[in-house]
Structures are given as structure tokens and as C-alpha cells.
Design a protein around this ligand. Structure first.
Ligand SMILES: [Zn+2]
Length: 356
């Protein structure tokens, strides 16, 4: 009997534990569903509307120990949007930030931002289902973020950006939306979501990547890969990690800053890019320079919040002519010893490469 009751207790426990997990994910799913329902109502959009973009940190955020990926299910079910349709993206944020949802209508430029109230998520699914939107979300705000609209309505832009209408996510969300609306490629949008925002710096990463891929193409996919000496580092390096799987953890990227004096000594230096062959332990390297003002781009004359947003757009036509911004400072061969020298903390990679 004692054994039987122990077995019974164990079975009961096993039945309960997954049950709890299901209940929690159902709450997140309901949250995503309610966010989509409310936003689509405000934007007057129907399920399956190709003009709708959804951005969220769901899946990255953790609320009271509970992961939030199930919210994506609710978002998709309600809106029809998905990663596969390139109209639902997860924007990287640290797990302790509150979970938020953002909806953008390409046709009008109108956007709705909703941030979940963590307190409201501690109840049951029924509790949550019964909560009015203003209790479930600590912030619900609307704004037009289309850059062409904002150019003519700077007062609205001032209110959105200076007033933190999206709880500090304004630049991040508006930048991604504007480029998505103008046909930004899926892989580029995905990389900017990893970077947190879309800026001229991450765009320079795309241009540098395309340039390197043209000059030093990967011909042997089983032996060759790119290694990046990210010296100096800037936003570009997050795109390179995504595009090339060139992560520091796998020794494909080494990140080092430069002092102002060092930057002056090698103007425009944008790092060293190596096509490494791991079979023969040899590589071809390019030390590249990047000049942000090499091309005369149309200028934004409005308030400061619009400057980088506008640059994001006017840079788009240059995606196939990255050489306009890039110069080769040095081209050289790399063997295992030289590679090790450029990667080591005690060495200066630009001096090892002979460009400083
Ligand atoms: Zn950036």
C-alpha cells in the first residue's frame, strides 16, 4: 500500500507539473492574442492584411520566471502574421525588460505600441481574459512613424520621440518599420532585430559584408569561413555575426576598441576581414576603411530624432554598390601564427597587420 500510494503521489505530481507549464503558456498566448486584437482594432486592419508588421520582444522577455514565446502563437493566430511571411520579427532585448508588442500599418504609417503589465500576468488565464485592455497593458500608444509623414509633421514626431511614446523603443521600432515598408530584405531586418535597431552603423555592416563577399568569396563551403577582427567595433559587427555566423564565442570575431588617437592615426579603419581556410590553415585578409560621408546623401533638415531614420532610408539604394563607401587599406596573406597574433589580447591587431 505504501508503495502504491508513493506511486500515486508521483503520478499526481507528473500530471501537475506539465499542467502548470501549459497554463502559463496559455496566459502568454492569450496576451499575444489580446495585444493583436486591440492593435488591429485601433489600426482598422483585418487578419491577413499584408500591410501589417508586428515587432515584439516576446520570446526574449521573461516575466516572473516565465518565458514569453507563447505570445507569438497568440499574435500569429489573431493577425495571420509569421516569420515565414516576413511580417513578424522578434527584437532582441534583455530578459528583464517588460514584454511589449508593436503593430505598424505600411499603408498609413500608423503604429500602435502596447506594453504588458507584469502584475496582470500573475493571475489565471480566465482572470487575464476578463481584464480590460487598460489593466492588461501599462501602456497603449499610437503614433505615425512614417519618415515622409514626420518630415511634414515634426510636432507629432517631437511628441513621439521626445515624449517616449513607445517607452524608449521609438527609434528602434520606427527605423525597422520604415525600412521594412520600403522593401528591406528579410535577412537585413532580422539582423537589425538582433542589433536592437536599424541605424546607418548596422547598414555599414551590410555594405562591408557585401564588399568582402565580392572580393573574397567563399568558394569552399566546408573549409572556408570569415573571421573578423572588429577593431574598432561598432554597430556593423552585430550584422556580421548574424550574416556570417561570425560569433566571438566560436572564435570567428575578435572585438577591440581604439582610442581616439588611434582612430585618427588610421582614419576610417573598419577592421580586418579574413577569409580563412581551416583545412590548409591559411587565409586572405583585407584591412578596410569605411567613410560614412563618401557619398553626398540627401540631408534631413528637421529635428535631431529624424536624422538617422532618414539616413536609413537614403542609404537603401546603395546596397548593391557598397564600394562607394569602402577603401582597401591593405590586402595580405594570413597564416596560423599571424592570425593568433591578431587575436591575442596583448597584441595590437592593426600593428600586426601593418596598417598602424
Ligand atoms: Zn546601431
Amino acid at each position: 500500500m505504501r508503495i502504491r500510494s508513493k506511486v500515486l503521489a508521483l503520478l499526481l505530481l507528473l500530471a501537475l507539473v506539465p499542467g502548470l507549464a501549459v497554463a502559463d503558456s496559455a496566459i502568454m498566448e492569450e496576451l499575444g492574442s489580446k495585444a493583436a486584437k486591440k492593435a488591429m482594432q485601433d489600426l482598422k486592419m483585418e487578419k491577413g492584411d499584408a500591410d501589417l508588421l508586428i515587432l515584439t520582444n516576446a520570446g526574449h522577455a521573461i516575466v516572473d520566471g516565465q518565458t514569453t514565446q507563447a505570445a507569438l502563437k497568440g499574435l500569429s493566430a489573431e493577425s495571420g502574421n509569421s516569420i515565414g511571411d516576413a511580417n513578424l520579427f522578434q527584437v532582441l532585448r534583455p530578459h528583464w525588460k517588460p514584454v511589449w508588442f508593436y503593430f505598424f500599418d505600411k499603408a498609413t504609417g500608423e503604429a500602435v505600441f502596447l506594453q504588458a503589465d507584469s502584475q496582470a500576468l500573475s493571475g489565471s488565464q480566465d482572470d487575464l481574459g476578463a481584464l480590460p485592455e487598460e489593466k492588461l497593458f501599462s501602456k497603449i500608444s499610437n503614433a505615425n512613424v512614417d519618415i515622409d509623414y514626420l518630415r511634414n509633421n515634426t510636432d507629432e514626431g517631437n511628441a513621439t520621440f521626445d515624449g517616449k511614446a513607445f517607452n524608449g523603443n521609438e527609434f528602434s521600432l520606427a527605423g525597422i518599420s520604415n525600412v521594412w515598408a520600403r522593401g528591406g530584405a528579410f535577412d537585413f531586418i532580422q539582423a537589425t532585430c538582433f542589433h536592437d535597431h536599424l541605424c546607418p552603423g548596422v547598414t555599414s555592416g551590410l555594405f562591408l559584408a557585401k564588399y568582402v563577399e565580392e572580393k573574397l568569396p567563399i568558394n569552399n563551403i566546408s573549409a572556408e569561413s570569415y573571421k573578423v577582427i572588429a577593431c574598432p567595433n561598432w554597430c556593423k559587427d552585430d550584422l556580421l555575426q548574424m550574416r556570417w555566423d561570425a560569433t566571438p564565442g566560436k572564435s570567428s570575431m575578435f572585438v577591440m576598441a581604439l582610442t581616439d588617437a588611434e582612430k585618427k592615426a588610421v582614419p576610417g579603419i573598419a577592421g580586418i576581414y579574413i577569409r580563412w581556410n581551416d583545412t590548409v590553415k591559411e587565409g586572405d585578409a583585407l584591412a578596410l576603411g569605411y567613410n560614412f560621408s563618401a557619398v553626398e546623401l540627401p540631408q534631413w533638415t528637421g529635428p535631431a530624432w529624424g536624422s538617422k531614420l532618414y539616413q536609413d532610408i537614403v542609404l537603401m539604394p546603395y546596397v548593391d554598390t557598397p564600394e562607394a563607401f569602402i577603401t582597401v587599406l591593405k590586402e595580405f596573406k594570413v597564416d596560423a601564427a599571424k592570425l593568433a597574433q591578431m587575436q591575442n589580447a596583448g597584441m595590437h591587431p592593426l600593428k600586426v597587420a601593418g596598417v598602424m
